[in-house]
Each structure stands twice: as C-alpha cells, then as structure tokens.
Design a protein around this ligand. Structure first.
Ligand code: GLU
Length: 311
C-alpha cells in the first residue's frame, strides 16, 4: 500500500457515506441521516460519499434519485467523487455470493413466502426462516432465493451512540436472504460489499437499521472484510411512532426550505444550534455544525418524533 504523504503515523483516512433508497423524495427522516453522516465525516476532515441504493425496482419511484441529488445540493450537502448506483455494481454482489457458496456458507432455497409464513416464528425483522432447505432442496423443488447459512453464536455491535448490542443472529433473524427470488441482491449483502469496496470507515445512519448491523458484521467476517465504526441516530417518526417514509406520506423536503430543515435537523440531533443561526444560509449552518459536532449529545433513542411541521 502506498504511504500517505503525511507519513506512516498519519491518522487513517475517514470516509463516511449517505446511502438513500430512491423510493421517493428526501424527507426529514432521510435528511437527519444525511446531516449526521455529513457532520460526522466532515468534522473529522473526512470524505463523504453518496450511494443510491437502487436494488429494489418495485419500491422505486421514477426520478427520485435525481430529485435526491438536487435536494442535497440545495442543502449544500456536497459529496466527494462520483455517485455510486448499486444497480451498476451487481457483478460485485454476484462475486461475493459466489465466494460464500464456495465456502458452503450460502445455500439455495425453494420456499415461497407463504410456506415460510406458515411455519416460521417471528424474529427481530420478520419471520425466522425455519430451515427447510438448509440441508438441500427436496426432490422436485426448484431454487428461488439464496440464503446465508447463519452460524450459531452471537455477534456484538459496538455502537458509538447505543453501546454494545449483541444479537444471536441464528435465533433472532435466521438464515437471511442474500439474493431474492426475483433475482435482485438483498440489501444486507449489497451494503456490506459496497461499504468495503468504497472503503467506508464510518457508518452513520438511522436506528431503524441497528438490528441489521449484526448481520452485516457477520457477513464482513465471512467475506474477510473490515468492520467500519457504527453510529446510529434516532429514526425520525410521526405522531403514531411510524418511521417517516413514503408509506407514512412524509412531506417531501422543499428546496426553498433548506435552511429551516437543516436547523431542525441539528436540533433533532441535540446539537443545540444557537438561535441567532435560525434562517442562516445552509452552508453557514453546516459549517457551524461541522465545527461543533458532538456525537455524544445524540440521545440513544431508537425513535424520536420529528417536529410536526416536518413530518
Ligand atoms: N438504503 C437504506 C435506506 O434508505 C440505508 C442503508 C444504510 O445506510 O445502510 O434506509
């Protein structure tokens, strides 16, 4: 590896990322994740990369990716390097799946959703696969999806906000899907491959994904990839406690309201921006945020209500 210009004692490079799914326009919940990861990376003079997670066409909205980019620009949340689109990286996910299959860590599964629902108990993230195809497909059954053969034992996430959260992935999640029956690669596999391939050192995202982290750490170990630092922030929810999303009809962020939204995001993250800064241009708010970023001030709450006007 080439030595960095600053010499061998230079601190390792910091690289964060924001990885929205183009299922709709940016809303307050996704803005908070973008702002937190930007502040976290920029306060350490790190790079901040943008990745569009477009691996779920049925849930995508035409033009949403472009809309997200334009909104980030209006917010002055500029990214480094080219935008990465997962749909253009499928060869990397295929390669990782192949390595897992060769090590007998992944297997083909013929079960339909209905068959699984009839026999499964419910874990932290839906039905726990009952294992029907774990030791091979029954005669006459055709493979549909690929699953990870999850080893016994627990995996600990050491989160910078929430502390240590251990999960017995086999018991609480089960053999999860790596490649879906419709041929698309699953989020868990793609995110791990991309975070490693893009050399991400810090993952900052909403706590709605916190229970996915142990699956991701497990995959990193099986694929011999490094584990980045993790910092989860409260997921912004509506009055009913549901995560803001297209389904909850979260209000799309208007570019003309960039300053107010950024101020509210800083407050949501407990960064206590001075009131005189209300109404300041986005670049100024972000510069203040970058200089004063205090990850310790973020409260380890899985959910936090978004201010009513931003839901
Ligand atoms: N694409 C995911 C989402 O929009 C985020 C994935 C991640 O940050 O790991 O919820």
């Amino acid at each position: 590896m080439p030595e960095s210009p600053a010499g061998r004692d230079a601190a390792p490079r910091v690289r964060g990322r924001f990885a929205p799914s183009p299922s709709g326009a940016l809303h307050f919940g996704s803005l908070v994740a973008a702002v937190a990861s930007w502040l976290d990376a920029r306060s350490r003079n790190g790079e901040w990369l943008l990745r569009i997670e477009d691996l779920d066409p049925p849930r995508e909205q035409r033009g949403a990716a472009e809309e997200i980019l334009r909104t980030l620009e209006a917010l002055c949340l500029y990214w480094d390097g080219p935008v990465r689109y997962q749909s253009r990286c499928t060869h990397l996910y295929a390669g990782a799946l192949q390595r897992l299959i060769e090590h007998d860590a992944a297997y083909a599964c013929a079960c339909t959703r209905r068959e699984i629902a009839a026999r499964a108990r419910v874990g932290v993230d839906g039905p726990v696969y009952p294992g029907a195809c774990r030791s091979g497909l029954a005669p006459g059954r055709a493979p549909r999806a690929w699953r990870l053969r999850v080893p016994a034992g627990s995996i600990a996430l050491d989160d910078e906000c929430f502390g240590v959260i251990s999960q017995d992935v086999e018991r609480e999640v089960g053999d999860f899907v790596l490649r879906r029956a419709d041929g698309w690669f699953a989020y868990q596999l793609a995110v791990v491959v991309d975070d490693a391939d893009q050399e991400i050192t810090r993952v900052v995202r909403g706590a709605d994904l916190i229970d996915s982290s142990q699956r991701q750490i497990l995959l990193q170990r099986l694929l011999d990839l490094p584990t980045p630092a993790y910092l989860h922030i409260p997921a912004a929810v509506d009055a009913r406690g549901d995560k803001l999303s297209k389904r909850t009809r979260a209000r799309p962020l208007k570019r003309s309201k960039a300053s107010g939204a950024l101020f509210a995001a800083l407050q949501f993250l407990h960064q206590a921006p001075p009131l005189e800064l209300a109404g300041a241009p986005p670049a100024e708010l972000l510069q203040w945020g970058r200089r004063h970023w205090q990850p310790d001030a973020v409260v380890p709450q899985r959910k936090r209500a978004a201010p009513a006007q931003w839901r």
